[in-house]
Design a protein around this ligand. Structure first.
Ligand code: PRP
Length: 214
């Protein structure tokens, strides 16, 4: 029999990765080395199961998976929508639940009703563009920010923002509110399109075992 090749996982750094490792542990896929918070290592191997794992910035996960540098990725639906890569989305993992919303001061609600030309700040310009142009048919000026997007309407950079809302406390503490919901979000598993054919058995087995514990 030919030597089994490694199946490689790309995990988005941070909270999602911790949850993902817990979930994988539940189906017997472990990687002790990766739990060591002090390590500077970037790639981890489970020789017994012929698996490799690496952590990357969330928005890079779909890139690694599209190019086949990783067979499987775990990342938020927000990133999948924003990056729009050619990958298969195979599983909703059910954690990291939050919503993509249009938010702003209550006074901005009216601006969303009359197709006015408004300024929209977001870390997710593609999601914002798709929502306003294709769903609402409203022409807007989209301004890309890299974080703390709630500042936009507060300092007068934009009328509204398109951003993730989880508990709603960031909005509340800054006098903003949800004006419209764009879509629900959660962590998803994505798979490289070629790997899905070539390693169908092993990958489907992982997906099916995960389905049982979700
Ligand atoms: C995210 C998001 C909101 C906040 C929402 O920001 O962009 O700002 O969390 O969470 P809440 O509804 O529970 O308050 P993150 O903490 O990732 O940092 P960032 O603003 O730098 O993107």
């Amino acid at each position: 029999m030919s030597e089994q090749r490694y199946i490689t996982f790309a995990l988005g750094k941070g909270r999602l990765a911790e949850k993902t490792l817990e979930l994988l542990e539940g189906i017997g896929i472990t990687c002790e080395e990766m739990k060591d918070k002090k390590t500077r290592k970037l790639i981890f191997v489970n020789e017994e199961l012929k698996l490799k794992f690496f952590l990357s910035k969330g928005p890079d996960v779909p890139t690694y998976v599209e190019y086949g540098a990783a067979d499987i990725g775990v990342v938020g639906k927000d990133t999948i929508l924003e990056e729009n890569r050619r990958v298969y989305e195979v599983l909703d993992l059910g954690y990291g639940k939050c919503r993509m919303c249009v938010c702003g001061p209550a006074s901005a609600r009216e601006l969303l009703q009359h197709h006015e030309m408004i300024r929209v700040a977001s870390k997710y310009p593609n999601i914002a563009k798709d929502y306003f142009y294709n769903k609402k048919h409203q022409t807007v000026d989209i301004i890309k920010l890299n974080g703390s997007v709630e500042l936009g309407p507060i300092v007068g950079l934009s009328d509204v923002i398109v951003d993730i809302v989880e508990t709603g406390s960031t909005l509340k503490e800054n006098g903003l509110e949800v004006l419209e919901e764009v879509c629900p979000l959660s962590a998803r598993m994505i798979v490289n399109q070629v790997s899905m054919q070539m390693e169908q058995e092993r990958i489907k087995n992982i997906i099916n075992r995960l389905k049982e514990v979700i």
